[in-house]
Write a new protein. Structure first.
Ligand code: CAA
Length: 387
């Protein structure tokens, strides 16, 4: 076992940290307040290689490994989780799936555009009536009579980056009777006829990452833009989420790290009853527990990243590694940010201090890309062999 980072991993970590501290941290509170999408920063992050960290250089990415991706996500999310959300969808949910299942022309066109930061990508699985039970989707894709296109009618909700995305990976039923085996995946160009956007969600946290509903009405998708084979869509969706969940675990570690750091500084500076509050045992107990949970979450997340790298060679699944990392890191993050608000007292409840934003941002990590309940279901099914 070797806990040392490679030179390349240290480099991407340092690049992400520098950008996060110089360009994101100073404006994070303003973006949170306005809810404005940080387009210029996202494009600049694309130029640094942060929008396609695992994408080979030949398709416009940085050509690094999953551990490098996790390290960069932690740094960006420690400055602002909303930037991290956009980054994780571009990396994990959009580029990752097309790299694994896409054709050469699909990689050339769609992965290159998103990995370089020129365009934004999104992932459309959830529908108004189906979230956790993802295979119960109502969206339909039918082959056109001449066989060259699919005609897609779909309504999807909670689409991260939806208001700004140029391309989406979208899932729809090509065989409505076949359940999960009837789902297929498509790459959608939002500038084509038949695509429209619905309401934008007013959210508790990650407010600068825009989220909306989308609709496809008789959208004509060329057969060449189907991702993988017909009927493979559900497995593609689940495999992509296996990777996505590692990114969300990293996001949770980043938010928790920022909350812990702020708490440490406050415990050293703030005085009560004539001494620094960090000298009180009740504060020390919080600091110690926060640190243990933070580092345990970091290790599980890095281990899941390592498992994904191994899987690329062996073909094994890393589903449970990703679910364990996301489950533990998101719940640790929620707990740590809760303690951080408490430790800051009244100031923790004020928008003048960032811990209030960390607390709001933490909550989504327990919900999206599979709730904590779904992660427990995935882990327990695997462990028991029962369904
Ligand atoms: N990798 C590959 N294949 C997988 C898989 C995986 N991780 N998980 C399941 N499969 C396969 C199964 O092997 C099965 O195939 P076979 O029939 O050939 O064996 C098929 O898929 C169906 O699997 P299940 O029977 O297990 O499916 P299920 O209906 O019971 O659902 C579930 C399983 C775990 C509950 C799944 O629906 C799930 O993960 N739900 C949560 C959905 C989710 O995470 N949504 C997040 C939306 S995206 C988002 O949040 C993005 C964002 O905004 C940032």
């Amino acid at each position: 076992m070797n806990f040392e980072l490679t030179e390349e991993q240290q480099m991407i970590q340092a690049a992400a940290r520098d950008f996060a501290r110089e360009q994101i941290a100073p404006v994070a509170a303003d973006f949170d307040h306005s809810g404005e999408f940080p387009l210029a920063n996202i494009q600049a992050m694309g130029e640094l290689g942060l929008m396609g960290i695992e994408v080979p250089e030949q398709y416009g990415g940085a050509g690094l490994d999953t551990i490098g991706y996790v390290l960069a996500m932690i740094e960006i999310c420690a400055a602002d989780a909303a930037h991290g959300t956009i980054m994780s969808v571009n990396n994990s949910l959009f580029c990752n799936g097309i790299l694994k299942h896409g054709s050469e022309p699909q990689k050339e066109r769609f992965v290159r555009a998103v990995a370089s930061g020129e365009e934004i990508g999104a992932y459309a699985l959830t529908e108004p009536q189906s979230g956790s039970d993802a295979s119960r989707m109502k969206s339909r894709a039918e082959r056109s009579e001449d066989g060259t296109h699919y005609v897609i009618n779909a309504r999807k909700s909670w689409i991260t980056s939806g208001p700004h995305a140029r391309y989406l990976v979208l899932f729809a039923m090509t065989d409505a009777e076949a359940g999960a085996k009837g789902v297929s995946a498509f790459i959608i160009d939002t500038e084509e006829a038949g695509f429209s956007r619905g309401k934008t969600e007013p959210k508790l946290g990650i407010r600068a990452s825009a989220t909306c509903e989308i609709e496809l009405n008789d959208y004509r998708c060329p057969v060449a833009h189907r991702l993988g084979e017909e009927g493979e869509g559900f497995k593609i969706a689940m495999g992509v989420l296996d990777a996505g969940r590692i990114g969300i675990a990293a996001q949770a570690v980043g938010i928790a790290q920022a909350a812990y750091q702020a708490s440490l500084e406050y415990a050293r500076d703030r005085k009560a009853f004539g001494q620094e509050i960090g000298t009180f045992q009740m504060i020390q107990s919080k600091i110690a527990d926060m640190k243990c949970k933070l580092e345990a979450a970091r290790l599980l997340t890095l281990r899941a990243a390592w498992a994904k790298q191994q899987a690329a060679r062996t073909g094994a699944r890393f589903t449970v590694d990703g679910s364990m990392a996301k489950l533990f890191a998101s719940e640790a993050c929620m707990w740590i940010t809760h303690q951080a608000v408490q430790l800051h007292g009244g100031m923790g409840y004020s928008k003048e201090m960032p811990v209030e934003r960390y607390f709001r941002d933490a909550k989504i990590t327990e919900i999206y890309e599979g709730t904590s309940e779904i992660q427990r279901l995935v882990i327990a099914r695997q462990e028991t062999g029962l369904r």
